[in-house]
Design a protein around this ligand. Structure first.
Ligand code: RET
Length: 269
C-alpha cells in the first residue's frame, strides 16, 4: 500500500488530517440535504436524490475509515524527530477509496442518467455500457495505485484511462444531445454540469500521477490524499447539488405551480 512509509512534517500530517475531516463533514451534510431536498422537486426525480444521498453517505463512512487509518498510521516524532510524524508501522489502508468508488461510481452514473429522463431502453443501454466501463477503469487502476514503482503506476494508469476516456466521451455526447430538448435555464445548468463532470473526473488521474512526478515521497502521499478528497467533494456533493438544481428547474418548467400546490397539500394534511 502506498503511503505511511516515510516521515512527514506536522504541517503535511495536519493538511491531510483536516482535509479528510472536512470531507467527512461535506459528505454527511450533502447526504442529508439531498434527502430533504426531494420535497422541492417532482417525484420523477426522487430516485436520483436518493442515489445522491446513498453516494454521499457511503463516502462519509469510507472517509471516516480512511481518517482513522491515517491517525493509526503515524506517531508523533520526539527528540531529533520533533516536528515530524513517523510511520507507526500500522498499514495506511487506502483500499477504502477503491471500495468506495466501486459502489459510488455506478450510483453516480445512474443518478446522472436518471436526471436526463431519457427513454427507458436508452437509459438501460447507457447504464450497462457506462457501469461496465467504470468497473473496468477501477479494476485496472488499482494495481497501479498500490505500486510504488513509477513504471507500474503509469502502465496500469494508462490502461485504466481507456475506459475512463470512453465514459467521458459517452457522457459528453449524451449531455450534448439532451441539451437541445431543455428549457433555457436547464440548458445553462446542464452545460455547467458537463464542465463540472470533466473537471472533477479529470482530477482523479492527475492526483494518481502526483507520486510519480518526482516531488518526493512525502509530497506524493499528501498530494494524492488531498487531490482525491477534493475530487470526491466535487464529484459527489457538489455534482449532486447541480443535479438537484437541474431537477428543480425541470420541475418548475413542467409545473410552474409546483410550490403552491406543495404548500396547499401540506396545510391540508
Ligand atoms: C484511476 C487510476 C488512474 C487512471 C484513472 C483513474 C480514474 C478514476 C476516476 C474515479 C472517479 C471516481 C468518482 C467517484 C465518485 O464518487 C482509477 C485513479 C483514469 C475517474 C467519480
Amino acid at each position: 500500500m502506498i503511503g505511511a512509509d516515510t516521515p512527514i512534517t506536522t504541517g503535511q500530517y495536519l493538511l491531510v488530517y483536516n482535509m479528510l475531516s472536512l470531507t467527512i463533514a461535506g459528505m454527511a451534510a450533502g447526504g442529508l440535504f439531498f434527502l430533504f431536498a426531494r420535497s422541492f422537486i417532482s417525484p420523477k426525480y426522487h430516485l436520483a436524490m436518493y442515489l445522491s444521498t446513498l453516494v454521499c453517505w457511503i463516502a462519509a463512512y469510507h472517509y471516516y475509515r480512511i481518517f482513522q487509518s491515517w491517525q493509526d498510521a503515524y506517531v508523533v516524532g520526539t527528540g531529533s524527530n520533533a516536528g515530524l510524524y513517523l510511520p507507526s508501522g500500522t498499514l495506511f489502508n487506502d483500499a477504502y477509496r477503491y471500495a468506495d468508488w466501486l459502489l459510488t461510481v455506478p450510483l453516480l452514473l445512474a443518478e446522472l442518467i436518471l436526471v436526463l429522463a431519457l427513454p427507458r431502453a436508452t437509459t438501460n443501454n447507457l447504464l450497462f455500457k457506462l457501469i461496465t466501463a467504470a468497473v473496468l477503469m477501477l479494476v485496472l487502476g488499482y494495481p497501479g495505485e498500490v505500486s510504488t514503482d513509477n513504471g507500474t503506476r503509469w502502465l496500469w494508469g494508462t490502461l485504466s484511462s481507456i475506459p475512463f476516456v470512453y465514459i467521458l466521451y459517452v457522457l459528453w455526447v449524451e449531455l450534448t444531445k439532451a441539451l437541445d430538448k431543455q428549457p433555457e435555464r436547464v440548458k445553462l445548468l446542464t452545460r455547467n454540469m458537463r464542465l463540472l463532470l470533466l473537471a472533477s473526473w479529470g482530477f482523479y488521474p492527475i492526483a494518481y500521477l502526483i507520486p510519480t512526478l518526482g516531488v518526493g515521497d512525502a509530497v506524493g502521499i499528501v498530494g494524492l490524499q488531498v487531490g482525491y478528497s477534493l475530487a470526491d467533494l466535487l464529484a459527489k456533493p457538489v455534482f449532486g447539488f447541480l443535479l438537484y438544481a437541474i431537477a428543480r428547474e425541470k420541475t418548475l418548467a413542467d409545473n410552474p405551480k409546483f410550490d403552491e400546490e406543495r404548500v396547499a397539500a401540506i396545510s391540508r394534511s
